[in-house]
Design a protein around this ligand. Structure first.
Ligand SMILES: Cc1cc2nc3c(=O)[nH]c(=O)nc-3n(C[C@H](O)[C@H](O)[C@H](O)COP(=O)(O)OP(=O)(O)OC[C@H]3O[C@@H](n4cnc5c(N)ncnc54)[C@H](O)[C@@H]3O)c2cc1C
Length: 426
């Protein structure tokens, strides 16, 4: 049971350090969604950072979120602004222009951005913060980090990661985009879709296949400037994340130099799989944070306890699971099943909470207040809907969790096959 009385409702504390609100009944231990911002997995200095990022979001994003949603874009100047505020560089040390490395600080930024009122803004900044540049940091050479990563950390360059193709989503091993050797360099040809930041990116990390071998072993990653001849991008309409310039990309014989290859030829699939863990954790923490924000808003504005108590309990569980997976990840383990379970549960709950918020807003008596709240709630619900799809859909997350259970793993024979189960986004 949750606390059925008034009081703050934000996020779950795993430490138990936060004072518990009064019990709802005899023998009932209420769930606290009120965080101690310095409680594990966070450290005391993260509390000040959280307050600072929350202030930035409250001043620089939230007041404009509805307007940007209607316009379906946010100003490009927000990238350098976020860079100057230090929001894009917590994963990297000062030698790369960052303020870390501090991955928990990065999580704080993700959680606070998730409360900004436009999932597309969080996604657009997040793609530069968490996707392609992080691949370069982890798998690139010093020269590649200087050329591609540093401008993304400062916000001078907008970056994008392009894996998905028309008809190739979960089945990453089925990528058709091709990279042909051309002297010392490469020539890329193919079509890509659903690329966050795709139609405004300055550079992109593109997955392409070298040679004719089917399956995952030929997949490689290439750093492609959007200015390269033969590259073109257009925007596609999406249900949610409306401001994040989701792109449909064409590569018509795009020539890139030899040092555009990230890692070794054929190492792309492994890099993608390793990187999915962070992407999924980021989606999970963002989903919990957005959902808790929704729930808190409704509760503070009079939604009866019967409406929110079960969601509060399930969100507390999702947050605990997410932080558990995060802690394992930061300890250097590869908690595939825990990350998958956290993303699955957190993202499903965010959709449910978004739907509850829309239902609640639609029933408000005051017509002008209702109009404002319904518009915001519609945005929240549309944006939440991406969670169970992006970075690997919920069905794949369920499969990964199931496969981790005793007796549910694939046989060696099955595992060697290039099927969706073995080579999909998992
Ligand atoms: C707004 C938005 C932004 C995105 N941004 C990016 C980005 O920046 N970069 C990028 O590369 N991609 C991006 N994506 C793509 C996203 O990662 C894919 O949509 C996702 O991986 C699912 O792929 P798909 O859409 O092709 O669906 P599919 O893989 O075709 O799946 C369709 C349906 O079939 C189900 N399904 C598929 N395989 C299985 C299976 N083995 N078992 C059971 N069910 C299965 C899925 O769960 C789903 O319900 C974005 C997508 C959206 C909508």
């Amino acid at each position: 049971m949750v606390d059925l009385t008034a009081g703050p409702l934000t996020v779950a504390s795993r430490s138990g350090a936060a004072p518990l609100p009064p019990a709802a009944g005899a023998g009932v231990r209420p769930v606290s969604l009120d965080p101690d911002p310095a409680a594990p997995p966070f450290e005391p200095h993260h509390a000040a950072l959280r307050a600072q990022v929350r202030r930035w979001v409250d001043e620089r994003v939230r007041p404009f979120a509805a307007e940007w949603e209607r316009a379906r874009e946010f100003p490009r100047s927000l990238y350098p602004e976020a860079g100057q505020a230090g929001l894009l560089g917590w994963k990297y040390g000062p030698e790369l222009g960052g303020r870390g490395p501090d991955l928990l600080a990065d999580v704080v930024v993700t959680e606070e951005m998730a409360r900004c009122g436009s999932g597309g803004v969080a996604a657009g900044l997040g793609a530069t913060k968490d996707l392609a540049p992080y691949y370069v940091a982890r798998f690139g050479t010093d020269a590649q980090r200087d050329q591609w990563l540093r401008p993304a950390v400062s916000g001078a360059a907008v970056a994008a990661l392009s894996i998905t193709e028309p008809g190739v989503g979960s089945d990453v091993a089925g990528i058709r985009c091709r990279a042909e050797r051309d002297g010392a360099g490469w020539v890329l040809s193919g079509e890509k879709t659903f690329c966050t930041n795709g139609s405004r990116a300055d550079w992109l990390l593109v997955a392409a296949r070298i040679g004719d071998e089917p399956g995952p072993r030929a997949i490689s990653l290439f750093l492609v400037p959007a200015s390269a001849p033969g590259f073109s991008a257009s925007r596609i309409a999406t249900l949610g994340w409306r401001t994040s310039q989701t792109g449909l990309l064409r590569l018509d014989g795009v020539a890139v130099p030899g040092d555009a290859l990230l890692g070794e030829p054929g190492s792309g699939f492994v890099m993608i799989m390793k990187s999915f863990q962070w992407e999924r954790l980021s989606l999970a923490v963002a989903a919990v944070s957005a959902a808790v924000y929704d729930l808190d808003l409704m509760r503070r504005r009079g939604w009866p306890v019967q409406g929110w108590q079960r969601l509060a309990e399930e969100l507390a569980a999702a947050r605990a699971l997410t932080y558990e997976a995060l802690t394992d990840f930061l300890a250097g383990r590869e908690p595939l099943a825990a990350v998958s379970a956290a993303k699955w549960l957190a993202c499903d709950l965010a959709v449910e909470t978004g739907l509850a918020r829309l239902t609640w807003a639609s029933g408000l008596a005051d017509a002008s207040r209702r109009a404002v709240e319904v518009e915001r709630a519609e945005t929240a619900l549309r944006d939440a809907r991406l969670g169970p799809i992006g970075g690997g859909p919920r069905e794949i997350m369920a499969e990964l969790v199931a496969r981790s259970l005793p007796g549910m793993g694939r046989s060696p024979g099955e595992a060697s096959r290039s099927s969706r189960g073995t080579v999909s986004r998992g």
